[in-house]
Design a protein around this ligand. Structure first.
Ligand code: C2E
Ligand code: CA
Ligand code: CA
Length: 415
């Protein structure tokens, strides 16, 4: 498996070359090992510290700010959690990856702790660190697809995002949702991509939270919603019976006229609100809970379906399910992908399905990547599946051709 990795990293190398990375680990062998791996992937600037205090000194003393820190969780003296707290206190703006030999349960607890800090936390690498996992983390960190053509890393600024929005550079990709029972394509989730003239195709992870923090998320959501309805209208015209899911940020839920605005756009497209699913995650605290609850409830009264996204991650939880009129529960991919080999993930998946069904809510699993994942979803009685096993997100223009091929291969024709 060496070859494909080096091919991908070659495409990324002009980007990785400029990364300034700090490794923190009490084990010199691990430091050597990961440093070699990073150099192999094209990263030139790698510094290293044997403990948290030395690492903090390195952060404070860096002439050019460090961009990425890969830190061991279990260290004598200052452990990884403590180290990250100090980093957050310093307002560290780069990305952070943990590495750990602990079991998944411990890691999950740590991750939810770390996410409470305002750090660019990118996830955990299981030790011994594998090259593929490291590369994936680097790709996620850059927020760009490997094929894209770009220059040295720059943070995406709110000004740039504003300009991209004004220039109409936001595109909508669609990822199919299929039923578990008969594999029919019942809908698609709309996922934004930014077609940047110089940087190529940018993934939402690189700009959604910046947009949220700088008051740009309303314009972004509206741009995406308009485009999504345009595609839905076209697909309905072609005779396809589909629902489209659109992601709504909690920060969108502060204008009381949102239900009317959305409903008007749907009506103008000649569509019905019942064909639109609004996906919501509580990525941070709702600023005004009463207003948000009112808006969510009125969206439902207008006929929109409501999906609780990333279910099980701690932000989207049972509490919300009880309070709000959701019609769909979307189990987070961390409880789907590889759940056959992770008894905790599997237990959460199973109980999410049971709970959803007890409440009369449709349960969708996201992030199914393999036949094993799929088989488990069939076994636990999930209703719908979305994930790479079915298809990756694709340009809207490709969707109907893909659907036709999929159904020809997977569904018995009955009309
Ligand atoms: P999400 O809503 O949880 O969307 C699902 C993400 O999982 C998508 O990433 C999708 O490409 C990815 N995914 C799907 N199947 C698989 C799989 O089998 N394996 C793996 N590893 N990943 C899978 P994407 O498109 O990068 O979007 C990331 C997040 O950005 C979304 O997470 C959503 O929270 C946000 N986002 C995307 N589009 C919009 C938008 O228009 N508005 C807002 N507010 N947020 C958006
Ligand atoms: Ca979503
Ligand atoms: Ca999700």
């Amino acid at each position: 498996m060496k070859k494909p990795i080096s091919n991908i990293s070659a495409l990324l190398s002009d980007k990785l070359e400029f990364l300034r990375v700090l490794l923190v680990d009490d084990d010199e062998f691990v430091l050597d090992f990961v440093e070699d791996m990073l150099h192999g992937l094209g990263v030139k600037s790698v510094s290293r510290s044997l403990d948290g205090n030395a690492a903090l000194a390195a952060v404070d003393g860096a002439i050019r700010p460090l961009q990425l820190i890969i830190c061991d969780l279990n260290m004598p003296g200052m452990d990884g959690i403590e180290f990250l707290r100090h980093l957050a206190d310093r307002g560290f703006e780069g990305g952070v990856i943990l590495s750990s030999g602990s079991d998944k349960r411990v890691i999950k607890t740590v991750e939810s702790l770390v996410q409470a800090h305002k750090l660019g936390f990118l996830g955990t690498l299981q030790k011994p660190v594998e090259e593929a996992a490291l590369l994936t983390a680097l790709i996620n960190f850059t927020g760009l697809e490997p094929k894209a053509n770009y220059g040295p890393i720059q943070e995406l600024s709110p000004e740039e995002i504003r300009a991209g929005l004004d220039a109409g550079q936001m595109e909508t990709f669609f990822q199919p949702k299929v039923t578990v029972a008969d594999r029919r394509v019942v809908g698609a989730e709309c996922l934004v991509r930014w077609r940047h003239p110089k940087r190529g195709l940018i993934q939402p992870a690189a700009f959604i939270s910046v947009a949220e923090e700088h008051g740009l998320i309303d314009d972004l959501t509206m741009a995406v919603f308009h485009k999504a309805m345009g595609h839905l209208k076209e697909w309905t015209r072609l005779g396809h019976d589909l629902k489209v899911s659109v992601n709504v940020s909690m920060d969108n839920l502060d204008r009381l006229d949102l239900p009317e605005v959305f409903a008007d756009i749907v009506r103008q497209a000649g569509e019905e609100t019942g064909r639109v699913i609004l996906e919501m995650t509580e990525s941070r605290l709702m600023s005004n809970i009463v207003t948000s609850l009112e808006i969510i409830t009125r969206l439902r009264l207008k006929g929109f379906d409501l999906s609780i996204d990333d279910f099980g991650t701690g932000y989207s939880s049972m509490e919300k399910l009880k309070q709000l009129p959701f019609t769909e529960l979307k189990v987070d991919r961390s409880f789907v992908c590889g759940a056959t080999r992770d008894s905790v993930a599997r237990a959460i998946l199973e109980s999410s399905v049971q709970m959803g069904h007890a409440l009369g809510i449709s349960v969708v699993a996201e992030g199914a990547e393999t036949q094993e994942d799929w088989d488990l979803l069939v076994a636990v009685g999930c209703d719908e599946v979305q994930g790479y096993f079915v298809a990756r997100p694709m340009p809207a223009e490709d969707f109907i051709a893909w659907k036709t091929r999929w159904e020809a291969a997977n569904c018995k024709s009955n009309g």
